[in-house]
Write a protein that binds this ligand. Sequence first.
Ligand SMILES: Nc1ncnc2c1ncn2[C@@H]1O[C@H](COP(=O)(O)OP(=O)(O)OP(=O)(O)O)[C@@H](O)[C@H]1O
Ligand SMILES: [Mg+2]
Length: 257
Amino acid sequence: MIKFPFFRKNGKPPGGRRPVDLFSVGKEDLLFHEKFKGLRAMVEQKADLHRMKLLGITSSIAGEGKTVTSAQLGRSLASTGRKKVLLVDVDIRKADLTHGMGERRSPGLTEYLLGGATLQQVTRATQVPSLSLITTGSEVNSPADLLAGDKFKSFLQEIRTSFDMILLDTPPVLPVADTPTIRELPDGFLFVYRVGHTPYTMLRQAMEELGEKNVIGAVLNGVDVASDSYYRKYYGGYYHGKPVSVIDRTAEKEAIR
Ligand SMILES: Nc1ncnc2c1ncn2[C@@H]1O[C@H](COP(=O)(O)OP(=O)(O)OP(=O)(O)O)[C@@H](O)[C@H]1O
Ligand SMILES: [Mg+2]
């Protein structure tokens, strides 16, 4: 399992749900991109080793950092030029990835699934070369039903042929019915959990529902390095040994100087 803590200077991500610009998150943190490079390396390694190209980004509950992780990891993967990367906003209710990348909903996924647009029409270029985006499309009454249909399966098959890596920004596992319908479809899930925000019981429950074998890695979001022993204790079984990427406070201070 990949363990990837984000160390924020005050250890706390801001509240609020809709980021204005997803690429501006973490701009004030000089090490933020470095942390994503570490995550990218781990994801690339696993993906190449296990021939995975379709990854879902999920978490137990709302507000843990799925959308930020999707956008920043997508940008990081695309920036090497090694992979053609596609982000898909599968959180049809919220459309945070869509809005956070400065795009309108339509035409997007729902138009494609309902037969109102072609794949070419819904695939948008972004400000990052090699990074494309499929937005949510307009709101529908029951996103879960749409995502459970055969058309969504064939959509995933089709995008697999055109991209090297696909990241699906999905709703959380516990409070909504959309994730179970897509649980079997990606090659694996990256599981985000926000330290001090997600009760352990919910983390366990979400992991069980998702099936641990489907989780290729975990992103610990909002970790303060000073509380390392706290989250080690708190998340017990999900946090063995040292995180793969450790940036301590000394390094942080030196980088700022
Ligand atoms: N490491 C971080 N540093 C700074 N801000 C962060 C970080 N992680 C998340 N945020 C901010 O916290 C809020 C929630 O993040 P995000 O929207 O990515 O969560 P989510 O899991 O996608 O939530 P939802 O379940 O509602 O879709 C956003 O305002 C985001 O910008
Ligand atoms: Mg989100």
